[in-house]
Design a binder for this molecule. Structure first.
Ligand SMILES: NC(=O)c1ccc[n+]([C@@H]2O[C@H](COP(=O)([O-])OP(=O)(O)OC[C@H]3O[C@@H](n4cnc5c(N)ncnc54)[C@H](O)[C@@H]3O)[C@@H](O)[C@H]2O)c1
Length: 368
């Protein structure tokens, strides 16, 4: 085992939940978290079908019973009530009890769905996340939000529930295709934009080269999220910073994500949302120069989030359902500058529409 990066996120985030970095096995993780004498009566695994089977077995161990594994198709379809019902059926059939552990191995969708299923099964059982996409390593697996989608609105139903442990092992990224890898960078770029200008620059270097990020870069990005989340676990204030790009992005995802074969990926929708929200941030101090740099940087991502002016009313309808709204004011996180987010803004629907129109303009310039 590579011990170099096998450690908890240091200081602060430990009280949130432990995060381990580096190649490891289920057995080793169980030993590490048994500090509170947590004994599990049984262990089950929810497995994303996109993860190579040999990597799953190397992690779970050859002795892990086949009957305790439940493989689901990866991607957004698992975040539905029908899929959650199937996971509950599985847990019932295999005899999971309140001292069982559910290990979620997969992308952000599997982590969100598995976390949700576990957090309410028998009023809540422990779960572990083993994220296998860049987006789930950098963001979705950390911080204790679980969710499913409802009536095409993203993340409408969910819980705040902390995983017992998160294990981030970048070797899982070796099988991820390039588009998915770049999509994951969107959330890392967001972490830099809202909280840390030097992290932003470091992330951009790795993203532009299209490489698998170093574990050190992953750790820095997770630390940003973990620290914010620890200070505001239930999103009463500061945690809203992490929603930068997500008000417009979720609206786009609701419209474009459902397309049968080639919908927009989460990070791509968030990248487009970040452009619209950075544009609206110019009234709060974000510079034209930084906006242009962001547009150029995010070009490979947003080209997949194409939509037209006549789709704006449907996107606005979905944005009006957003959890962050108060009455007819739309909650949005903006930026004062690179590394400095503002989470308290409530905008009119006209302003939100202006942000969407700006994205359309950027996208149509890119396709000319
Ligand atoms: N809970 C949170 O705080 C939070 C934060 C950000 C995003 N999210 C959620 O995360 C989801 C997006 O996650 P995502 O980008 O990981 O996408 P995803 O979970 O949809 O996975 C993308 C694809 O990658 C495949 N895959 C997974 N691991 C693989 C591997 N190692 N090799 C090859 N293929 C693999 C999956 O099967 C799937 O087809 C969205 O639903 C979003 O709402 C949640």
């Amino acid at each position: 085992m590579n011990k170099r990066y096998f450690h908890r996120v240091k200081k602060g985030s430990y009280s949130l939940h432990p995060v381990f970095f580096g190649s490891t096995t289920l057995q080793e993780l169980i030993e590490e978290i048994s500090f509170d004498n947590q004994g599990y009566s049984s262990i089950f695994a929810l497995i994303d079908s996109g993860v190579p089977a040999e990597k799953v077995t190397a992690f779970l161990g050859n002795e892990f019973p086949a009957s305790n594994r439940y493989v689901v198709e990866g991607g957004e379809s698992v975040k539905s009530l029908a899929s959650i019902a199937e996971i509950w059926d599985f847990l019932m059939v295999v005899g999971a009890d309140r001292h069982s552990l559910l290990v979620n191995i997969g992308g952000g969708a599997v982590c969100d769905a598995g976390g949700f299923a576990a957090s309410v099964f028998k009023r809540g059982i422990h779960f572990m996340h083993v994220p296998t996409t860049l987006l789930s390593m950098a963001d979705a697996s950390v911080g204790g939000k679980t969710a499913i989608n409802w009536s095409s609105t993203k993340n409408m139903i969910g819980t705040f529930a902390l995983p017992a442990v998160v294990s981030i092992q970048s070797h899982f990224l070796e099988s991820l295709d390039r588009r998915q890898l770049l999509s994951g960078y969107a959330e890392m770029i967001k972490h830099g934009l809202i909280a840390d200008d030097s992290h932003y620059e470091e992330v951009l270097k790795s993203y532009v080269n299209g490489e698998i990020p170093s574990e050190c870069l992953l750790e820095n990005t997770v630390n940003i999220k973990a620290k914010i989340t620890e200070r505001d676990p239930k999103e009463n204030g500061e945690r809203k910073l992490l929603n930068f790009g997500h008000t417009l992005g979720h609206g786009l995802e609701s419209l474009l994500g459902a397309k049968e074969d080639k919908g927009v990926l989460h990070g791509e929708a968030i990248a487009a949302g970040m452009i619209g929200e950075a544009y609206l941030s110019m009234e709060y101090g974000f510079s034209q120069e930084e906006l242009e740099k962001l547009i150029t940087t995010l070009k490979p991502l947003v080209s997949h989030a194409y939509f037209s002016e006549d789709q704006i009313p449907s996107i606005l309808e979905s944005i009006k359902q957003d959890k962050k709204n108060e009455g007819n004011r739309i909650g949005m996180t903006l930026l004062k500058g690179v590394g400095e987010g503002l989470w308290t803004e409530k905008l009119s629907i006209q302003k939100v529409e202006e942000g969407l129109r700006f994205i359309v303009k950027v996208l149509s310039n890119q396709t000319k």
